[in-house]
Design a protein around this ligand. Structure first.
Ligand SMILES: [Zn+2]
Ligand SMILES: [Zn+2]
Length: 206
């Protein structure tokens, strides 16, 4: 569920603006993404837009070709957002609210979980966030590694598709399809490619 929040909210709605969503869905997906502890709804799109602007080049914030597998996997933690990539989002009151209140929102969520049962902080926050963090790191590393997965489109970068990562991580594993048409919210391009996030967006987009 958190990966759908990141995928539908942070990625396809905020970073790429691939569809229009009702405000309740926009804020719900941003809230879920915020609780995913991947970074704020301003920082995440900044890094991702930089990735698309400089894919597999030296300015790419997470290119296994240039940064190596280890730095691509763990280095994103230390990413300093370049705000020139998110000038539009700096004018979005909803995004700014979740960006500014990022730590407070997560703290309040933890306090609520702790009050119900302290172990719930692990079960319903830290553990799923850790799984998601590894999933996102796996996307950044493996879907830009030559000889991994397959390609449908001859893009200028090294992007690859993976059924395993696509099925497990809300369609995000179809990364070559995504780099081919970043403005398309549907990452599934051929039979057998399951993009759960696109199916959800079909239900809520306006
Ligand atoms: Zn990519
Ligand atoms: Zn993208």
């Amino acid at each position: 569920m958190i990966s759908v929040g990141i995928s539908a909210g942070f990625h396809r709605l905020l970073a790429h603006k691939t569809y229009k969503a009702p405000r309740w869905f926009k804020n719900l997906s941003i809230l879920i993404g915020t609780l995913g502890l991947q970074s704020t709804p301003l920082t995440w799109p900044a890094m991702h837009r930089q990735h698309h602007s400089f894919t597999d080049m030296s300015n790419d914030p997470h290119s296994p070709t240039h940064k190596g597998i280890f730095d691509t996997y763990f280095g994103v933690i230390f990413y300093q957002p370049r705000l020139k990539f998110v000038k539009d989002l700096l004018r979005d009151k909803d995004v700014l609210f979740f960006h500014k209140q990022y730590f407070k929102i997560n703290l309040i969520y933890d306090l609520i979980l702790f009050a119900i049962n302290p172990i719930y902080v692990v079960y319903f926050h830290l553990f799923p966030a850790a799984i998601l963090w590894h999933a996102e790191a796996a996307i950044n590393v493996f879907t830009h590694m030559e000889r991994f997965g397959y390609r449908n489109f001859d893009t200028t970068d090294h992007s690859r598709n993976s059924h395993i990562l696509g099925w497990l991580i809300a369609g995000e594993g179809y990364h070559n399809n995504h780099h081919w048409r970043p403005q398309d919210y549907n990452f599934s391009k051929v039979k057998g490619e399951l993009d759960i996030t696109a199916k959800l967006i079909n239900l809520v987009k306006i």
